[in-house]
Design a protein around this ligand. Structure first.
Ligand SMILES: Nc1nc2c(ncn2[C@@H]2O[C@H](COP(=O)(O)OP(=O)(O)OP(=O)(O)O)[C@@H](O)[C@H]2O)c(=O)[nH]1
Ligand SMILES: [Mg+2]
Length: 410
């Protein structure tokens, strides 16, 4: 039995270290102790409840210390803090034998997923993250700085609360790889999926990339044996014959990892076309299968209203929650629609307008309507005419559909 469980991480760009400590009796008190240190000296120490407000802790710390941390970094640190608490909860679960705690943590296990994106420096990891999750256009990504250490992101999946995807983008420069090799037990546990990115256009580093992949697979086997492993053979857009190139690298990878006895899903990808969405969609499907039940609800709406198509997607992950049949596998549309929404959202911010909640695009043969009917959830309807969206019967049916979705989403 341990007396406490601890997770620590550095605040990037500063000499501060944050330590989250959870005492043995945390199951009863549900308290965490959060400390801010430099070296071994603890400067501040705060106690919070498990569901306490981490923003308050941070505000207090910054005020006490008059420390200058940019706003965007603070949210990343808070995400890392939440992540640390999540990891602690999980490890407490494996040490505890009490029924009540097991039930409590099992719920969070169902709700949270962690994904690691690994690979050598410049492989394209951050670009992939930006394209898939932030809706950034690939041409905006040519000047990305190298990622310093581990960037942790938290994305909601199907609801505002509690159902989160933690994505860790592991900077690939040698000094960081050395650190990961020392700290594997802080990185690999509780990982649902590892995505290992290989730069197909960098043959001189291919061998090293595969060595590192092998190491990552062995860490997954040790720390997250149920986790899945995928590898993106990336930047395929550079080749006149990408399929051939992919097959060549795939054979090499498969031969090299054979003896590790771990299934690895390999995908040819590029941020300049839809392949990266297709690969991600496959991974996402294996993590959280799209609801069959809701697809039927979407199909019913389509049939009853005469709409051409119905789709519900999550803005921050850019992934479909459900869709009517003709769209169910059309990742291209989902990705593009999400980008469209995010681009207009950006524009609206730049123009100092607020609260975009509906977009309607009128075409010669129909109408595209997008609506954020629940925060972060977008309903897309394609209809033959304005009337099919606006007539009384259809309006009622669409409203009922939204209510049905809300039940599921909340
Ligand atoms: N041609 C091509 N270039 C790409 C692709 N994806 C990323 N890149 C480029 O590769 C370079 C490195 O991309 P990053 O995403 O910063 O690489 P990284 O893996 O995050 O690198 P570290 O943070 O140093 O580990 C950038 O200039 C990107 O524009 C792709 O699919 N095709
Ligand atoms: Mg990066």
């Amino acid at each position: 039995m341990v007396s406490s469980t601890t997770e620590a991480f550095k605040i990037p760009g500063t000499s501060w270290l944050v330590r989250v400590e959870t005492p043995e009796n945390a199951t009863i008190s549900k308290m965490h102790n959060i400390q801010f240190l430099k070296g071994n000296h603890v400067y501040h120490s705060f106690t919070i409840k498990k569901d306490g407000d981490l923003h308050q802790i941070f505000d207090k710390f910054i005020e006490n210390e008059q420390i200058d941390i940019p706003d965007n970094r603070i949210s990343a640190i808070i995400t890392a803090l939440e992540e640390a608490i999540y990891v602690i909860d999980k490890s407490l679960k494996s040490e505890s034998k009490t029924g009540a705690l097991t039930t409590m943590i099992n719920l969070s296990e169902m709700k949270n997923k962690k994904i690691l994106i690994c690979g050598l420096a410049g492989a394209g990891k951050t670009s992939i993250y930006q394209v898939i999750f932030e809706g950034v256009n690939s041409y905006e990504l040519s000047n990305l700085p190298a990622t310093r250490g581990i960037q942790r992101y938290k994305r909601g999946i199907n609801s505002e609360e509690g159902y989160n995807l933690f994505v860790w983008d592991l900077g690939g420069q040698q000094s960081y790889l050395d650190e990961y090799h020392k700290d594997a037990d802080k990185i690999f546990p509780y990982t649902t999926a590892l995505i290992y990115v290989i730069d197909a256009g960098d043959p001189k580093n291919l061998e090293k990339a595969i060595e590192e992949l092998k190491w990552s697979i062995s860490q997954m086997k040790t720390h997250s044996p149920d986790g899945m492993v995928y590898s993106f053979i990336h930047k395929m857009d550079q080749f006149p014959n990408p399929q051939e190139q992919f097959m060549g690298i795939r054979n090499l990878v498969e031969n090299s990892i054979k003896q590790l006895n771990k299934e690895v899903g390999l995908f040819p990808t590029s941020i300049h076309d839809d392949s990266v969405f297709e690969a991600w969609e496959q991974i996402f499907k294996s993590i959280i299968p799209k609801s069959k039940k809701l697809n039927i609800v979407a199909d019913n709406l389509k049939a009853q209203t005469g709409l051409y198509n119905v789709l519900v997607l999550e803005k921050r992950t850019g992934l479909p929650i459900c869709s009517s049949t003709s769209l169910s596998d059309d990742i291209v549309i989902v990705g593009t629609i999400n980008k469209l929404w995010l681009s207009i959202l950006k524009l609206i911010g730049d123009l100092e307008l607020v609260n975009l909640d509906k977009i309607t695009v009128q075409c010669e043969n129909g109408l595209l309507s997008l609506e954020e009917f629940v925060p972060n959830i977008i309903l897309m309807l394609i209809s033959p005419s304005m009337d099919s969206l606006e007539n009384q019967k259809n309006r009622k049916l669409i409203e009922e559909f939204k209510q049905e979705m809300k039940k599921y989403i909340n």
